[in-house]
Design a protein. Structure first.
Ligand code: AGP
Length: 614
């Protein structure tokens, strides 16, 4: 997720925007830039790397510290389309238009073809540049505001934009669709940003734009209109009840809770442009693979660490059950030393949020050297894994600041689900109607995650009953077993409680010896698993030893509720996505217990966000 900040007012616009970009640094980025209108023409200053390099360029031009009073827009970029470089950095310009963009344009390839036919030349690999040329094209027949509205009608995807026109140096137009954009209204000065934390030091009067709205900001004030029909929108400023620190966390107490809440948007971004418009197949270009290559694959080998390994374990169930392709899953640090037998017809998948995990990279290099086809599923464009693997799938979760992986797990599950569907279609073992059903379930996933989050207080209540425990058992069967492992990992790394995830069927083979009133057991049981009787007997075994039994399920079930001391019901979905949904209450349980135990939930002791050493 990138950062946008624009300023109009009597202050030194350039330094205020640079300062605003610095307040957005926490989001992570790999390039930065600013734009303004000077002597009637668009001026951009951009650099790969940190904002300090951008400041150096401004100093070289003698602008450092010099007051610049026109409007200025600035951007920090977290690369999605096109690697981190100066030419891909924002702002982008086309003729009299210059803009910055957060989001993903799904139909940018088609628009690029149309614009090239109109004579536009492209200088970057970004989807953003398409927006610039498109507005410029419409400026041939329309005034600035109408041209922006006309261009927006052609865009598909998610976008938050701040746009300027060289003939109107004191005007910024903001546009919002599926990516946040907020105005700040100070004393005779105005801000436009993707994140209130960029301007909350100046004013806490915020006007949050809604999808389909456009704001026109000038030194006299702002107006908000509906892009579709040009009618004014009545927007009331809200007073932000927090300062910079909380603003960075979107009003949440911790990054971890903010990122748990970002999961609906993160999954929507992961899916965006990955299903073909006809809903008949997966857009395999997004995996850098072809149907032919998938058909040749006789075995999938998945390697990862930590949460990513749990997602990989779940991916095994998806790939084997949807596509009937054997899938093996290894912990990366084990794979590289077990002298794996590779025949050459495997697809080797490295799953890594950071793309920098040493063990995962080492295993990926080993696979590459063995000549097998490799795919990285990662969140970071330009990461080592993205560069090392033969093809890459970007999960587009945006920067994850909290050490505990939350939206990472969810976007990895969505990516593996898409891959399994693509495999099944390529192998000819998934009829179109089944594909459509599975695709629809995925499209509905963000809303179902939202529904779980709307009842987070239920998990906070559950946490109050268990935060003093020193041991916890998480149990699941089938694809819920990796989710049980993930729930245990979240709890142990956030609250330092000894927690174990286990296959529920293994209870009798050891863990039941641990069960007593001080070791609660949390069971995962979706109604469509066909495992109710088995899990019910596991639950009764635990109850009969005076242990507390907790349950996460996906439907009302009086019998199950009768034998549990607490339960949480997630919306029903198919077997695969139902497992992903059940991870959300477990993330919340770990978070609330960690907070109740006074732990540093964003930076747990001894842990790093990316384990770049072995
Ligand atoms: C999980 O919450 C931890 N953050 C950790 O286990 C993490 O999943 C693991 O280190 C792998 O990181 P990666 O996905 O960046 O490779």
């Amino acid at each position: 997720m990138c950062g946008i900040i624009g300023y109009i007012g009597p202050g030194n616009a350039l330094s205020i925007v640079i300062d605003g970009l610095k307040r957005l640094e926490y989001r992570g980025y790999d390039s930065a830039g600013v734009a303004f209108i000077e002597d009637g023409s668009v001026k951009t200053v951009r650099s790969a790397g940190k904002i300090s390099r951008l400041e150096g360029l401004l100093d070289e031009e003698g602008r450092g510290g010099k007051k610049f009073s026109g409007a200025v827009i600035g951007h920090t970029r977290w690369a999605t389309h096109g690697g981190p470089s100066e030419k891909n950095a924002h702002p982008h310009k086309s003729g009299s238009i210059v803009l910055v963009h957060n989001g993903i344009i799904e139909n940018y390839q088609q628009l690029k073809k149309k614009l090239k036919a109109e004579g536009f030349e492209f200088s970057s690999e970004t989807d953003t540049e398409v927006i610039c040329h498109l507005i410029n094209l419409h400026c041939r027949q329309k005034p600035f505001e109408e041209a922006v509205r006309a261009a927006m009608a052609e865009l598909k995807g998610a976008y938050a934009l701040a746009i300027m026109h060289e003939s109107e140096p004191d005007k910024i137009i903001g546009v919002k669709k599926d990516s946040p954009l907020v105005l700040g209204a100070g004393e005779g000065e105005f801000f436009i940003s993707s994140d209130a934390s960029a301007f909350v030091a100046h004013t806490n009067n915020a006007i949050f734009l809604d999808d389909g709205e456009m704001a026109v900001v000038t030194p006299e004030g702002f107006k908000v209109i509906q892009i579709a029909n040009g009618r004014p929108s009545s927007k009331k400023p809200s007073v932000l009840p927090y300062g910079q620190g909380m603003a960075e966390k979107g009003g949440h107490k911790h990054f971890m809770l903010k990122e748990i809440h970002e999961q609906p948007r993160a999954v929507a971004d992961t899916i965006r442009g990955r299903l073909d418009p006809g809903g008949q197949d997966v857009n395999l270009e997004e995996f850098g693979l072809t149907a032919e290559q998938l058909r040749e694959v006789q075995k999938v080998i998945i390697i990862a660490c930590g949460t990513s390994w749990h997602a990989g374990l779940a991916g095994k169930y998806m790939i084997e059950q949807m596509a009937r392709v054997p899938a093996e899953v290894d912990i990366a640090s084990e794979f590289r030393y077990r002298e794996p037998v590779l025949k050459g017809d495997e697809l080797f998948i490295a799953i890594t949020q950071s793309g920098e995990t040493a063990d995962t990279l080492a295993a990926l290099k080993l696979a590459r050297k063995s000549g097998v086809r490799t795919l990285a599923i990662t969140n970071v464009t330009g990461s080592a894994a993205a560069r090392e693997a033969g093809s890459v799938f970007f999960t587009r979760g945006g920067p994850e600041i909290g050490v505990a992986s939350t939206k990472t797990f969810m976007t990895q599950m969505a990516g593996l689900y898409l891959l399994a569907m693509a495999f099944a279609r390529a192998k000819g073992c998934m009829p179109a109607d089944r594909f459509k059903g599975l695709a629809q379930d995925l499209i509905e996933l963000p809303a179902k995650i939202e529904a779980v989050l709307s009842r987070k207080h239920e998990m906070e209540t559950m946490a109050r009953g268990y935060f003093k425990k020193e041991h916890f058992l998480f149990l699941g069967r089938g694809i819920d077993y990796p989710v049980a492992l993930e729930g245990a990992l979240k709890l142990k790394e956030i609250s330092y409680i000894h927690a174990e995830g286990y296959a529920a069927g293994e209870m009798k083979h050891g863990p039941i010896a641990l069960i007593d009133e001080d070791m609660p057991a949390l069971f995962l049981l979706p109604s469509n698993s066909g495992l109710k009787e088995k899990i019910l007997s596991n639950m009764e075994e635990v109850r009969s030893r005076n242990a507390r039994v907790l349950l996460v399920t996906d439907g009302e079930d009086k019998e199950l509720e009768a034998v549990s001391n607490g339960f949480f019901v997630v919306p029903a979905s198919n077997r695969f996505l139902g497992a992903a949904l059940m991870a959300v209450p477990l993330q919340l349980l770990a978070y609330y217990i960690g907070v109740l135990r006074g732990c540093d939930v964003d930076q747990p002791r001894n842990l790093a966000k990316s384990v770049t050493v072995e």
